[in-house]
Design a protein around this ligand. Structure first.
Ligand SMILES: *[C@@H]1O[C@H](CO)[C@@H](O)[C@H](O)[C@H]1NC(C)=O
Ligand SMILES: *[C@@H]1O[C@H](CO)[C@@H](O)[C@H](O)[C@H]1NC(C)=O
Ligand SMILES: *[C@@H]1O[C@H](CO)[C@@H](O)[C@H](O)[C@H]1NC(C)=O
Ligand SMILES: *[C@@H]1O[C@H](CO)[C@@H](O)[C@H](O)[C@H]1NC(C)=O
Ligand SMILES: *[C@@H]1O[C@H](CO)[C@@H](O)[C@H](O)[C@H]1NC(C)=O
Ligand SMILES: *[C@@H]1O[C@H](CO)[C@@H](O)[C@H](O)[C@H]1NC(C)=O
Ligand SMILES: *[C@@H]1O[C@H](CO)[C@@H](O)[C@H](O)[C@H]1NC(C)=O
Ligand SMILES: *[C@@H]1O[C@H](CO)[C@@H](O)[C@H](O)[C@H]1NC(C)=O
Ligand SMILES: *[C@@H]1O[C@H](CO)[C@@H](O)[C@H](O)[C@H]1NC(C)=O
Ligand SMILES: *[C@@H]1O[C@H](CO)[C@@H](O)[C@H](O)[C@H]1NC(C)=O
Ligand SMILES: *[C@@H]1O[C@H](CO)[C@@H](O)[C@H](O)[C@H]1NC(C)=O
Ligand SMILES: *[C@@H]1O[C@H](CO)[C@@H](O)[C@H](O)[C@H]1NC(C)=O
Length: 571
């Protein structure tokens, strides 16, 4: 603490002191502008130290006034005068610290502006709070403080009568480094709503105008700037000797500004700087995103995640639009009631062993502050039941084949009928591809022998292809052709039985059962079987029976025996 040690000229209080005159107005200044460090700071009124001379008294604060470099200090002071003493000039001195043992002080302020003896260091920096001396207020403000301004100050009140003057005791001012920070005001920041940050310089001084600059730092980026920002400087005159300096930064908050740091730096004369850094919280919400496969196979697990990037985190939930209530859009809440509502910004929809019933429209609702966003997901559960073929695969020749290949599936399957070569199916005439109804009908109006064979129903569902076979059999009832017959020549009986049928008929000759010597010749061409028997007979029957048989039917026919003219043997 500085003491009154250096400078001994300052007069000491004398016996004819007037009563203390406490001017509360002065102390209001003190509390407004700087902090007073004194053992009596709390009691305020007892701070006065009064020195009197010639019935004139000067009251000064007792103790040490602290202030910060770059800012300003007010030294509160009041005086009273005897009735025959008219104050004309106020002169403030600073004790000379470089000559501690001397009695020198230099003038730092003279109320007579013409006085040339004001120390150059203090020119323009000191002014009276109350320019009117008759108000008995000798308080001064010293602006643009430097640490070298620390020291003891005293005041002298001069009267118009030469030689009549009154001096004060000393007051100690201690100037420390600048530690006060600017005040940064941030309104609530919302994406898309222009906002203005305000940075107010510390101290309410009337000295040099401070320089206020803004910098913006994005996480991970050294130097950055808010694009499209507008800054503005403002100086408000609070009183004749106090000013508030502030700067505004106006910009359009966006999600990228969230979490970044904005620094306001204030530079006073003498390169005294102080800064304050604030972190921006911008309320924003990005689009709702749904990830996961919306198409799942029956029995698998549906796993959808709905997320929305926002600040503060949004409340996200899933609902299902039930189909029965499509008109009034009833939504079934999928969140369990017991679950606390967590604002995590995401929600998972997980259904294991899905069935076709789980298909439908699911809605993700994201609530962010008083905004609600929705996004829809159309879930499809794909399935395919085993395909089947209905209809009769055994067809009588000449009649129609009507086979239907059925598949229950979602989405609908592509169903096709094919038959291997040589016969190919004619699109539109032979087949009816009803793929949308989950079935395809193979219709062949008139079956021929060539139509028999393996038909294939091909079912293509998503990435699987299934084949179902139909073994189509064409039945052709056996028939004995009219070119068949028997004739006998001498003792040799020749019978020919020509038959058609599918499957190829077998031909039996019951006559042969009683004979041991005969020849049978069978020739097959296409669907015709030709059986010829030759045998020697003693006694000729009237008819011979041919029995033909194919799995499906048996046909018998008796051939009358024609007698050919016997070949004349030697006569
Ligand atoms: C404001 O914009 C100007 C020019 O675009 C830039 O130089 C300055 O750094 C920006 N200020 C902040 C705080 O981003
Ligand atoms: C503030 O006071 C200064 C002089 O002290 C003057 O030049 C300036 O115009 C005033 N500003 C306002 C806004 O009153
Ligand atoms: C002010 O101080 C900064 C460092 O704090 C220094 O870089 C700069 O040169 C100084 N400017 C002046 C004018 O002294
Ligand atoms: C669902 O998908 C997410 C990622 O998309 C994964 O982390 C999670 O384990 C999955 N849950 C199940 C049950 O498969
Ligand atoms: C609307 O939904 C309610 C159930 O929430 C149901 O009772 C009602 O029938 C529905 N109305 C229509 C037109 O679907
Ligand atoms: C899946 O659901 C079906 C029908 O609902 C059921 O028969 C089957 O056992 C379930 N499988 C598992 C693994 O839960
Ligand atoms: C959201 O709430 C704020 C105040 O909390 C209000 O100013 C704003 O208009 C509201 N927005 C909507 C869309 O309701
Ligand atoms: C879901 O289906 C509805 C009606 O079927 C349709 O209006 C909507 O566009 C679909 N949404 C998506 C994301 O496919
Ligand atoms: C199929 O058709 C054949 C010939 O008409 C008939 O004999 C058979 O009994 C039928 N089969 C069935 C299962 O209807
Ligand atoms: C084929 O058979 C189905 C029944 O199995 C029948 O509904 C359909 O009319 C038949 N088609 C033709 C062309 O006879
Ligand atoms: C059958 O006809 C349909 C439409 O008439 C056509 O889309 C399809 O390609 C045809 N299939 C073949 C094998 O020709
Ligand atoms: C088709 O059916 C016929 C008569 O029923 C049978 O002889 C044939 O072996 C069958 N073909 C196949 C490939 O099963």
């Amino acid at each position: 603490m500085f003491t009154a040690f250096y400078c001994k000229v300052c007069p000491v209080g004398e016996s004819d002191c007037l009563k203390l005159q406490i001017r509360m107005k002065v102390f209001m200044w003190a509390t407004l502008l700087f902090s007073v460090r004194s053992s009596n700071a709390d009691t305020g009124a007892s701070l006065d130290r009064t020195s009197c001379h010639n019935n004139s008294c000067i009251s000064l604060i007792e103790g040490e006034i602290t202030a910060e470099a770059g800012l300003c200090v007010v030294i509160p002071c009041s005086f009273s005068t005897a009735s025959d003493f008219t104050a004309q000039n106020l002169v403030w001195f600073k004790c000379e610290p470089s000559k501690p043992k001397s009695t020198e002080s230099h003038i730092i302020f003279h109320s007579n502006k013409k006085n040339q003896n004001v120390h150059p260091e203090f020119k323009q920096r000191v002014s009276l709070l109350e320019p009117e001396i008759s108000q008995n207020n000798c308080s001064i403000i010293i602006n643009d403080l430097k640490e070298s301004d620390s020291g003891s100050y005293w005041v002298r009140v001069k009267s118009s009568m030469p030689g009549r003057q009154s001096g004060s005791q000393q007051v100690t001012v201690s100037v420390k480094g600048l530690s006060q920070k600017p005040t940064v005001m941030i309104p609530p920041l919302t994406e898309g709503h222009q906002a203005t940050l305000t940075c107010t310089a510390p101290g309410l001084c009337s000295g040099s105008v401070p320089e206020i600059t803004w910098t913006w730092r994005r996480a991970g980026v050294n130097d950055s700037h808010i694009t499209g920002n507008i800054t503005d400087f403002k100086a408000e005159n609070l009183t004749v000797v106090t000013q508030r300096h502030s700067s505004t930064l106006t910009f359009d908050p966006s999600p990228e500004h969230h979490g970044t740091e904005v620094t306001c730096k204030v530079r006073f004369t003498g390169n005294m700087t102080t800064e304050e850094t604030v972190t921006l919280n911008v309320s924003y919400m990005k689009e709702v995103k749904i990830t996961g496969k919306t198409s799942v196979k029956e029995g698998e697990t549906l796993n959808l995640t709905c997320s929305v990037e926002s600040f503060p985190p949004s409340f996200v939930m899933w609902t299902k639009l039930s189909e029965q209530n499509m008109q009034n859009r009833t939504e079934a809440n999928l969140q369990k009631d017991t679950e606390p509502q967590k604002q995590t910004g995401m929600a998972a929809l997980s259904i294991s062993n899905v069935t076709a019933d789980h298909s439908g429209q699911y809605i993700c609702t994201a609530k962010h502050l008083n905004h609600t966003l929705k996004k829809q997901a159309n879930v499809t559960v794909t399935f395919m039941r085993n395909p089947s073929i209905t209809g009769n695969t055994t067809v009588i020749m000449g009649e129609s084949l009507n086979l239907t290949c059925n598949v229950q599936s979602f989405p609908p399957t592509i169903i096709m009928w094919t038959k291997p070569c040589p016969t190919s199916l004619h699109n539109g005439t032979d087949t009816d591809l009803q793929t949308n109804s989950g079935s395809a009908t193979l219709f062949i109006p008139e079956m021929t022998a060539e139509h028999s064979g393996m038909y294939r129903c091909i079912v293509k569902h998503m990435d699987t292809t299934l084949h179902v076979l139909a073994n189509v059999t064409v039945i052709w009832f056996p028939k004995i052709l009219s070119s068949s017959g028997c004739e006998v020549q001498s003792d040799v009986l020749t019978c020919v039985c020509i038959s058609e049928g599918l499957p190829l008929p077998t031909i039996k000759w019951p006559l042969l059962e009683n004979h041991t010597e005969y020849s049978v010749t069978t020739t097959v061409s296409n669907h015709t079987v030709n059986s010829t028997i030759i045998l020697t007979v003693n006694h000729v029957n009237r008819s011979v029976e041919c029995v033909i048989n194919n799995k499906n039917w048996e046909v018998k026919q008796n051939f009358a025996i024609r007698k050919s003219l016997p070949v004349q043997q030697g006569g």
